[in-house]
Design a protein around this ligand. Structure first.
Ligand code: AMP
Length: 286
């Protein structure tokens, strides 16, 4: 596996690979790999000849009081895991390489970035779309792979690609979970043993909502009330949002139609966790 730190060198390598007729699949990450990340890399390998990843903790997607400095990092461990799953090239730039002095252009997607996580993280998505657009220009992939765990991020990236005519196919991968159902996340490493138990309230909420929906409940307010009660019964939890929304526009709905997205953000101690699931047609695989 080749490790490249400079953007120009990465661009040259990707160009060479493209000119030699290879297809390129790209997985952008912030590192501290768990099985969810590795699954994205395996999926990337099924879609293209060459798998490229990036490991970059992007400062511009963290708010001023968020965990940029504390975000867990393990470059050596990550590189050896990536090697094991067959990644061909890892792009590992510094902050200065990605944002040289004087850099001032950003990419902003419209309405989709005003809901859900944007309510408590107002500048987050502009940081994400800007860095992902830059990474796309540097790695020049045919395909890029993202996790459905970050459902809003996946939706926003797909919209950016469509609106800006980027010639890249976006592939979404289902959320990878611990055996008890907790969605894998680099931030799970912040949880102590008691908080880890309370973190399960997100998965339990999704099971509750799916059960209510399957039994015919269509009043979003009632489903939300049930979830709120369930979460607050767990110690150390603070609800950031519970949203039942349209899976494409992400706008809140009062009445659940054939299909809806349940998206959750809950603080457990000092750790903010997110999770989501679809209710309805696609959730049942029909
Ligand atoms: P991150 O390093 O957290 O920025 O995540 C990098 C990529 O991995 C994003 O596309 C995430 O959506 C994806 N990802 C993170 N956790 C999971 C998970 N548990 N299952 C599937 N994909 C995930």
């Amino acid at each position: 596996m080749q490790v490249i730190e400079r953007a120009e060198e990465m661009q040259r390598r990707s160009e060479e690979l493209r000119l030699s007729g290879k297809t390129l699949a790209f997985v952008p990450t912030m590192g501290f790999f768990h099985e969810g990340h590795l699954e994205l890399m395996r999926v990337a390998g099924k879609h293209a000849d060459v798998v490229l990843i990036s490991i970059f903790v992007n400062p511009t997607q963290f708010g001023p009081s968020e965990d940029f400095e504390a975000y867990p990092r393990d470059m050596e461990g990550d590189l050896s895991k990536a090697r094991e799953v067959g990644v061909d090239v890892a792009f590992t730039p510094s902050v200065e390489e990605m944002y040289p002095e004087g850099s001032e252009t950003t990419v902003a997607v419209g309405k989709l970035t005003k809901h859900l996580c944007a309510l408590s993280r107002p500048s987050h998505f502009e940081g994400v779309t800007t860095v992902v657009a830059k990474l796309f220009n540097i790695t020049k992939p045919h395909i890029a792979v993202f996790g459905q765990k970050d459902y809003q991020q996946l939706t926003v990236i797909a919209k950016m690609v469509k609106d800006l005519n980027m010639d890249i196919q976006i592939v979404g991968v289902p959320t990878y979970r611990e055996p008890d159902g907790l969605a894998m996340s680099s931030r799970n490493s912040y949880l102590n043993a008691e908080e880890r138990k309370s973190a399960l309230s997100l998965k339990k909420s999704m099971d509750l909502a799916s059960g209510m929906f399957e039994q015919g409940e269509r009043d979003a307010g009632k489903v939300k009330a049930g979830i709120e009660k369930l979460i607050l019964n767990h110690p150390y939890t603070k609800i950031d949002y519970i949203s039942l929304c349209h899976p494409v526009t992400l706008e809140d709905v009062d009445v659940l139609e054939d299909e809806a997205l349940l998206a959750l953000a809950v603080r457990v101690g000092r750790t903010r966790l997110i999770d989501n699931c679809l209710l309805g047609k696609r959730a049942r695989g029909s």
